[in-house]
Design a binder for this molecule. Structure first.
Ligand code: MN
Length: 310
């Protein structure tokens, strides 16, 4: 039986938890903070930051997170990428807001022709995780002025209704990536990129299975890689555009809520959600959150606690 252990940081652990939320199972073991079960693999997340994948599907699932593999019984290989990728004309795409209880999921694609790579690097364009929101707002304006791009914001009302209709996050992401890529290809036509690079959230075959039978599916010269922001500046640019769109939408939602909405899915989020349930009601909260997250339940238990204490 295949058994793989990887080590991730707290922020990334949250992503893994969110990803497997629908497959969550209740299990008690020392140090265990989360467990999920797929048909061919059991995923266990420990307080130490270690994640264990057990079962026939462990390599497939572990490779999604592409981290330092410890004690692996099988090797993990990333997809073969073109050698001249980083110096070519590329459309990159990336998403954000997937692990945040409040606010929308956003996806962006950006076309960076080879002769603009230097300019974007000069602007300091790199992985959005290494930039502050303020830095990115400025950078996003420069990127948008210099490059052709497309950005999609999936509002919470639509997100929740899709989720209730059986769409998982992977499927929503795949559909949105396909959309933004289509938009950018249309805008740059008859010009074409050498390659399209998607920051990988699902393996290629799963990505296309998620898209299903859309009338127009972008397949030509498409490559997938984790940490793709580091492989071509177009993905970094897309990640910045997506992030800024997310932050702007969060600011707008914060105004309508009358409180600064926290990012992520931690205890602060539960606290604010509980306050909003009391002041604005359940209906309102569902319009600004991803309702299926565990935060909904946690916020309700805080509400009950508060009521008991008054
Ligand atoms: Mn990404």
């Amino acid at each position: 039986m295949s058994n793989i252990v990887i080590q991730l940081s707290g922020k990334e652990l949250e992503k893994v938890k969110t990803y497997y939320l629908e497959n969550k199972v209740d299990r008690n073991a020392p140090g265990l903070i989360f467990s999920a079960k797929l048909p061919d693999v059991v995923i266990s997340i420990y307080r130490s930051g270690k994640i264990m994948f057990q079962g026939a599907g462990s390599e497939r699932e572990a490779s999604r997170w592409n981290m330092d593999v410890q004690g692996s019984t099988s090797s993990i290989r990333t997809t073969h990428l073109p050698e001249n990728l980083s110096t070519s004309s590329v459309i990159g795409s990336d998403e954000t807001g997937t692990g945040d209880f409040f606010g929308p999921m956003t996806v962006a694609a950006c076309f960076v022709p080879h002769d603009k790579i230097a300019l974007l690097k000069e602007l300091g364009v790199k992985d959005s995780k290494n930039l502050t929101d303020t830095q990115m707002v400025d950078m996003s304006e420069h990127i948008k002025a210099a490059c052709i791009y497309s950005v999609l914001i999936l509002g919470n009302v639509k997100y929740n209704s899709l989720q209730q209709n059986g769409y998982n996050q992977g499927k929503m992401k795949a559909m949105m990536h396909n959309q933004v890529l289509k938009h950018v290809l249309r805008k740059i036509a008859p010009d074409k990129p050498d390659y399209i690079l998607i920051d990988e959230f699902a393996k290629k075959d799963i990505y296309y299975r998620y898209i299903g039978k859309e009338p127009e599916i972008i397949r030509e010269n498409v490559y997938f890689s984790t940490k793709a922001e580091g492989l071509h500046v177009a993905v970094a640019a897309a990640s910045i555009i997506a992030r800024v769109a997310f932050v702007e939408e969060m600011n707008r939602l914060s105004q309508s809520a009358g409180v600064t909405l926290p990012k992520g899915a931690g205890p602060k989020v539960d606290e604010i959600a509980a306050k909003l349930l009391l002041s604005k009601g359940k209906e309102f909260v569902s319009t600004i959150t991803k309702s299926h997250f565990a935060n909904t339940e946690k916020a309700w238990s805080l509400v009950k606690q508060k009521k008991r204490n008054t």
